[in-house]
Design a protein. Structure first.
Length: 214
């Protein structure tokens, strides 16, 4: 241990004062990233589980709807037994639609999404908006003739410029909103240290087809 310590002291002593300062800054930055990763790990884990649950329900709905469509195509030629099977699938599909609407309850209204994003951004002097992109609206459940059964998914991609610390503070503020937001993707890319770009893909659910107003 003493031998390694002497080598380390010799390594540092051989450096110029400027090189020592750079080495210290690198060590401090690495320590901060590790600590912050531990603090935000639970947040990411929680949102990942939420997205996994919703995705599972959506896949089950897609499978049942495909089976139901196949049965309906041959409805004129099927017998009583197949007709009963179609009715069972229809009932199961309705139950899954209700489960999906229940899972989506509490999400931020689509019209409030841009307001929340802008309010959070306005609280930071270290972040700037690079771009805000709307994603196509997705119909998850319901029939066009029955507006009460409709459920849409609204997504948005936002890119911000600023430091890593300011970016993490922004994410934590979004997490503390009274409304729920689904986190689809998130990444921070260093562009000009210490500045970088934070890219976030988020979604919400609504019975309204109207797109998020920005």
């Amino acid at each position: 241990m003493s031998e390694y310590w002497e080598k380390y002291k010799s390594f540092v002593n051989d450096k110029t004062e400027r090189e020592r300062l750079i080495l210290l800054l690198v060590l401090l930055a690495a320590t901060f990233v590790i600590i912050d990763a531990l603090l935000t790990g639970e947040l990411i884990k929680k949102r990942a589980q939420q997205s996994k649950t919703l995705a599972s329900v959506e896949r089950d709905m897609d499978t049942l709807q495909l089976e139901l469509q196949n049965l309906q195509l041959g409805q004129s030629a099927i017998g009583s037994q197949l007709q009963q099977e179609a009715e069972k699938l229809q009932a199961t599909n309705q139950q899954l639609e209700e489960a999906l609407r229940s899972a989506a309850a509490g999400f931020i209204p689509a019209q409030q999404m841009p307001i929340a994003l802008e309010e959070m951004l306005g609280r930071s002097d270290s972040l700037a908006l690079v771009s805000l992109e709307n994603k196509p609206v997705q119909l998850l459940s319901g029939e066009p003739g029955d507006p009460h059964s409709l459920l849409y998914r609204h997504g948005v991609k936002i890119v911000l410029k600023g430091t890593y610390v300011a970016s993490m503070d922004y994410l934590k503020q979004l997490e503390q909103l009274q409304w729920r937001i689904e986190w689809d993707a998130m990444r921070f890319e260093v562009k000009d240290y210490p500045a970088g770009e934070l890219t976030i893909d988020v979604s919400t659910y609504s019975k309204e087809k109207d797109w998020i107003g920005v």
